[in-house]
Design a protein around this ligand. Structure first.
Ligand code: SAM
Length: 304
């Protein structure tokens, strides 16, 4: 059941999308002084080595974060254009975990979130991670922050565990839901969790990452989230980033080659009003920089 390890995928194009959106939303929400509760229902190990065995084996960061960082700004779209602020903020934030010019460490969502909250004692960050090894690594990584009561690691099911914390006392919350979708039931559990969460706390900001792959459950997930948000009368934003075709191909020996993950999406309920504009510029550049074939694309759709 638990074969997924984020260490193989850290810094890939899906992380570029997910972490750019996460940072843009959190930057906006931390402009207010009121305490904020942040929940990461599927936290992972927290920190990853891009020069370690996992990342080297998959090479996924080379087609994601590392590709983006090595594209000079002028190649982003046209010779006169700088990197979009949201993309630059993502790159600068990841770079702040490394020595200048080095890109060995990739911070996962728990560390990116903590980075933005760290000067705010009143905020709380709850991290759920069910995999025993990753939960232990995460707890060890978090311990080094000496963050005290501000950050908690819970080795629990994040879909279920969220319930007991909503609504938060401050009435301000951001929830990141980033499952691995290695089991089919994850798709239905995301919708069930979101349905319950909106009943408990309709004004929270919810971010759901999902893969765009040729599988009915994956195809239906954003549609179901749109229906849910519309039914509850909540505004939503759906951002997608495609880097290559999803079609199967054949190699020189005639063997079928699966394309790997071609695209993914971030569905945000109750997004900041500035998000659509900032992501439209950022994802246009990201799609150009990370394109693996002519099927590269992005979309930022809003509703509600
Ligand atoms: N959010 C992380 C980031 O952006 O750095 C990556 C998370 S990874 C995609 C998904 C994680 O969820 C894996 O580490 C997996 O072990 C964990 N996981 C799987 N099912 C879970 C569950 N029901 N509750 C909590 N964690 C779970």
């Amino acid at each position: 059941m638990f074969s997924y390890r984020h260490a193989f995928h850290a810094g890939n194009h899906a992380d570029v999308l997910k972490h750019t959106v996460l940072l843009a939303v959190l930057r906006h929400m931390t402009q207010k002084d009121t305490a904020l509760h942040v929940f990461d229902t599927h936290a992972g190990a927290g920190l990853y080595r891009l020069d370690g065995d996992y990342a080297q084996t998959s090479g996924e960061a080379a087609d994601g974060y590392l590709k983006l960082i090595s594209s000079p700004p002028e190649e982003a779209v046209n010779p006169k254009e700088n990197k979009a602020p949201a993309l630059q903020d993502y790159l600068d934030t990841v770079a702040s975990f490394n020595k200048p010019g080095s890109h060995k460490v990739y911070p996962g969502s728990p560390f990116l979130i903590h980075h933005l909250l760290q000067a705010r004692d009143r905020d709380r960050l709850k991290l759920f991670e069910l995999h025993p090894t990753d939960a232990k690594t995460l707890a060890g990584n978090i311990a080094q922050l000496n963050a005290g009561r501000m950050v908690s690691v819970l080795q629990e099911d994040g879909f279920e565990g969220l319930k007991k914390f909503l609504p938060p006392p401050s009435r301000r919350a951001l929830v990141l839901c980033d499952p691995s979708y290695e089991i089919k039931s994850d798709y239905t559990r995301v919708v069930a969790m979101m349905t319950d969460a909106l009943k408990r706390f309709a004004t929270g900001t919810y971010l759901v990452w999902y893969p765009i792959i040729p599988r009915p459950e994956a195809h239906e997930l954003p549609r179901k989230l749109k229906t849910l948000a519309n039914r509850e009368g909540r505004p939503w934003l759906n951002a997608t980033l495609t880097v290559k075709s999803s079609k199967l191909s054949t190699d020189k020996e005639g063997e079928v080659v699966r394309p790997g993950l071609p695209a993914s999406g971030m569905f945000v309920i109750n997004p900041p009003h500035t998000l659509k504009t900032s992501l439209t510029v950022a994802l246009r550049q990201a799609a150009t920089c990370l394109a693996q074939d002519k099927h590269k694309a992005f979309e930022v759709e809003t509703g509600g």
